[in-house]
Design a protein. Structure first.
Length: 137
């Protein structure tokens, strides 16, 4: 397993791994939303982690399949064009929520608000006085 390590259900490297996380790798070069650098579940993810660990893998797979079928039946798809014409595929979905800690969301929210304000000011100018274009920005 180059560059990573595998976890058991409690975040430890051991041969008695939880079935759900048996092949899960922590890669130090990537941020992991659920696990910290030591492989332990982050505080805001602990309840989700514990719930998932109690669920049979078959139930989780069935829920993922149900989510994908639901997208297909609702037409939430896109076409991939190739040599054999278009192939209809669903938009990739993971039924598991991505949990974001409140402090992390506060940081993201400030950045989003800043960028939305800048975008709205830009659009107001482009469709209004046009100073941005005349100034060569």
């Amino acid at each position: 397993m180059p560059g990573g390590r595998q976890l058991d259900g409690g975040g430890e490297q051991t041969s008695a791994r939880s079935p759900l996380f048996a092949n899960y790798e922590i890669r130090p070069e990537f941020h992991d939303e659920m696990f910290d650098g030591d492989g332990a579940p982050r505080a805001h993810c602990r309840k989700l982690y514990e719930t998932l660990n109690r669920m049979p893998a078959e139930d989780i797979a069935a829920m993922q399949e149900l989510a994908e079928r639901s997208f297909l039946h609702q037409g939430i798809t896109f076409a991939v064009y190739g040599e054999e014409g278009a192939q209809e595929r669903i938009i990739p979905i993971d039924f598991l929520p991505r949990l974001i800690a409140a402090a992390e969301w506060d940081f993201i929210e400030r950045g989003l608000k800043q960028r939305l304000k800048a975008l709205n000011l830009f659009l107001a100018d482009v469709y209004g006085p046009g100073r941005i274009l005349s100034d060569g920005v």
